[in-house]
Design a binder for this molecule. Structure first.
Ligand SMILES: NC(=O)c1ccc[n+]([C@@H]2O[C@H](COP(=O)([O-])OP(=O)(O)OC[C@H]3O[C@@H](n4cnc5c(N)ncnc54)[C@H](O)[C@@H]3O)[C@@H](O)[C@H]2O)c1
Length: 323
């Protein structure tokens, strides 16, 4: 992930990519060589030379690497999840206040154009369903699938539901051992909104989708394809209700001839052609330059990790002794 950030920074006019620090000197040298900057063997040598950094170490090191950066007044984009537990996230939030330095969390899906298109509709979801599955990549094994993958959807549904969490239920399964690799969670918010989240890193295909059922509309987006559709009740419902009434009254005797899909007006969302990583980094750099609150704050990262911990605690073990 750090290599991807370095690539995008190296392409941004408003940024000078100074260097790369990695615990593995060969990785630092290879990334630095690829993107025309200096490799650093010590973080402390890099810090005096920069105004902003991306932290893309394994999650368990995020807080330890963030601390000296923030003490030096250096803005940080910290990859998701913000840190491995609530206590470490809270420490980062405290440093942001203490040192008055911007921290953005790498919840990259916030910058996915499909989600941005959906958010322009200003809908208030009552029920949401997310699915985020992929084959095992053997990365991020220091955390479970909830902190690794579901965290993206937790952050999104917290924003969309816009209400305190009332209840958390979850089921999970650990195949590799120690932490969950599959999880299904049901979040109920105080305003009645419900989010049903599924994540797996043991799937045979990759899928990243969100469906939202809202008063007057249904929206479905595909984060991977960066596509989405909306079905608005107004143009579709009168005809559907009319046919349902005629079936109920017996006027229509054979409903099998009715093509439901023809009655529904499906409108593709208008989706910008933007790269989420580039948009995320542009947003971060703009926040740093203007010394303003980033689009995804450390508090957002903390809230997502708090909910992730509640989900993991709520997991009812399924056919496994490992959880
Ligand atoms: N936003 C996303 O969609 C997304 C996708 C993948 C990974 N990530 C996040 O990015 C982070 C890194 O994941 P990855 O898959 O790139 O991991 P990785 O293991 O492939 O790479 C991590 C790099 O950090 C280096 N490293 C380890 N400890 C270090 C330390 N203390 N100081 C400096 N360098 C250190 C390693 O040598 C390695 O080069 C994780 O937090 C992960 O959750 C985010």
């Amino acid at each position: 992930m750090g290599r991807l950030h370095a690539r995008v920074y190296s392409q941004m006019r408003e940024v000078k990519l100074v260097g790369v620090f990695d615990a593995d000197p060969d990785t630092a040298a290879s990334v630095a060589n690829e993107y025309g900057c200096r490799p650093f063997l010590e973080l402390t040598d890099l810090l005096p030379l920069v105004k902003a950094v991306t932290i893309a170490t394994p999650t368990r090191f995020h807080a330890a690497v963030a601390e000296p950066c923030l003490q030096h007044g250096i803005a940080c984009l910290i990859e998701k999840p913000l840190a491995r537990d609530t206590a470490e996230c809270q420490r980062i939030v405290d440093w942001v206040r203490q040192y008055d330095v911007p921290v953005q969390v790498g919840h990259i899906e916030r910058f996915n154009p499909a989600l941005r298109a959906m958010r322009t509709l200003g809908l208030k979801p009552r029920f949401m369903e997310s699915i985020r599955i992929s084959p095992m990549t053997f990365r991020s094994l220091d955390v479970g699938v909830v902190l690794d993958m579901m965290i993206h959807d937790i952050d999104i549904v917290l924003k969309l539901a816009d209400s305190p969490l009332a209840r958390v239920e979850a089921s999970g399964f650990s195949a590799i051992g120690g932490v969950e690799d599959i999880c299904n969670a049901r979040l109920t918010f105080q305003n009645g909104c419900v989010a049903n989240l599924t994540a797996s890193r043991l799937a045979l295909k990759t899928e990243r989708k969100l469906r939202a059922f809202c008063p007057g509309a249904f929206v479905s987006i595909d984060f991977g394809q960066r596509t989405g559709v909306a079905i608005h009740g107004n143009p579709s419902l009168p005809a559907i209700r009319d046919i349902a009434a005629r079936v109920r009254s017996g006027e229509i005797k054979d409903p099998s001839k009715i093509r439901y899909a023809n009655l529904v007006r499906v409108e593709p969302l208008v989706i910008e052609s933007i790269d989420p990583l580039r948009t995320q980094l542009e947003s971060f750099i703009a926040a740093v330059r203007e010394h303003r609150t980033p689009e995804v704050t450390a508090e957002d990262g903390l809230e997502a990790v708090k909910v992730a911990e509640r989900i993991v605690q709520a997991i009812v073990p399924q056919d496994s002794d490992d959880l």
